[in-house]
Design a protein around this ligand. Structure first.
Ligand code: 1QQ
Length: 385
């Protein structure tokens, strides 16, 4: 009797370690589906789902379909940690695409690192993300590479700009990282940083900061925050009389800010790591499929989430060629998948993408867009030359 019980127990222990890879192949997606951060996350969910549909319509992983397992990571650290834990231990995913914010990545990515589960960050742009661990890569180019392009464009539009007011959300890791880049880039362009103002991503009243901006005599305002706070800040800057150009960072990079700043969104300049005009076949297919469903061009966050899922699927396909996925045990596959992700080259909507040995994305083309509002509701991102 005792021996039977022991054998059963040992068997259970062994099976936990020799877990097979499920079919369809589960890929975790931990994005902001609720909270204010969903203004950014919604577009990512759309991109990830389009990738799943496209991949499975084209034979999946050499005939085996993938299945995205969504866990809402909302906008805070604990929700992201819970989402990661569920995906890793309950859903037995082979990899995770997420979370939405760098602030969340610094909290949740170490969980995946310890469990040896590869993470592909779809929108984490703060400095230091790939360095969280060996299993952490990102398809979202860092602020240092993307953000300075917006300042160059602002100077092209108005070469007389001299004084800059910089504002940032001090409770958000991405915003503090991006403002550092913006301030360095402004100085490198010979601009005078007249004032630096802080706020919280939860703030709704920016009277103090806007007053300081107006008093500084700045002729360029640069904002690093998220969508709701950033949108409100743009609106209040205009309502209180600021007339100069505004550069918004990546946290404002969504048409979901239109209902927040309405007609006052007009003219905001935002650097882009994606363009619908990127000429690769992979992108033109993505644009076609996105337009068919949403009747407009895909935004950056959708393209990056699509690329994140695609990277995982392409890497799985390469491994499946070596040994059918159903023959792997899960732990071994996760480790091999991480290596393969870093080794591969991917034709994505972002263009050709590779990774350096730390998991930093290597991507060629960057862009700048400017918001054009037709009225208080309808607008678009117009790409600048
Ligand atoms: C980050 C970001 C966000 C603004 C993306 C949604 O770039 O947190 O790193």
């Amino acid at each position: 009797m005792k021996r039977v019980a022991l054998t059963v127990m040992l068997g259970l222990l062994a099976s936990a370690h020799a877990q097979k890879v499920q079919v369809p192949v589960p890929i975790g997606v931990a994005l902001a589906q609720t909270s204010n951060t969903a203004l950014l996350g919604q577009e990512q969910v759309i991109g990830a789902k389009l990738a799943e549909k496209h991949i499975n319509a084209h034979g999946g992983i050499n005939g085996t379909p993938i299945k995205l397992v969504f866990q809402d990571a909302a906008g805070d650290e604990n929700s992201a940690i819970n989402a990661f834990q569920n995906l890793i231990t309950k859903a037995n995913v082979v990899a995770i695409v997420g979370p939405t914010l760098s602030q969340q990545a610094f909290a949740a990515d170490p969980i995946a690192e310890r469990a040896k589960v590869p993470v592909v960050g779809p929108s984490n742009t703060a400095k230091g993300i790939p360095q969280i661990g060996d299993y952490i890569a990102r398809v979202s180019a860092p602020v240092a590479v993307v953000a300075p392009n917006a300042i160059k464009q602002a100077l092209k539009i108005d070469p007389k700009i001299k004084k800059v007011a910089v504002l940032y959300a001090q409770n958000d890791a991405f915003s503090t990282s991006e403002t550092g880049t913006f301030q360095d880039a402004a100085k490198a362009q010979g601009l005078n940083v007249a004032t630096v103002q802080k706020f919280q991503t939860t703030d709704t009243d920016f009277t103090t900061q806007v007053t300081a901006v107006l008093n500084s005599g700045a002729d360029l305002v640069i904002i690093s925050g998220l969508a709701a706070d950033g949108g409100n800040l743009v609106k209040q800057l205009r309502q209180l009389g600021y007339k100069g150009l505004i550069v918004g960072g990546n946290g404002l990079n969504t048409s979901n800010i239109f209902p927040v700043c309405q007609q006052y969104c007009d003219g905001v300049i935002i650097a882009q790591a994606y363009s619908p005009a990127q000429p690769s076949a992979a992108n033109q297919l993505f644009v076609k499929e996105y337009r068919a469903q949403y009747k407009k061009d895909p935004p950056q966050f959708a393209a990056q989430a699509y690329a994140g899922v695609q990277v995982v699927a392409d890497a799985l396909r390469a491994l499946d060629h070596q040994k059918k996925l159903s023959q792997w045990n899960l732990d071994d596959l996760r480790t091999a998948l991480n290596k393969q992700i870093l080794a591969g080259k991917y034709n994505t909507p972002l263009g050709e993408v590779r990774f350096d040995k730390e998991g930093e994305v290597l991507q060629k083309d960057f862009y700048v867009a400017q918001i054009k509002m037709q009225d208080a509701k309808n607008g678009s991102f117009v790409y600048l030359k």
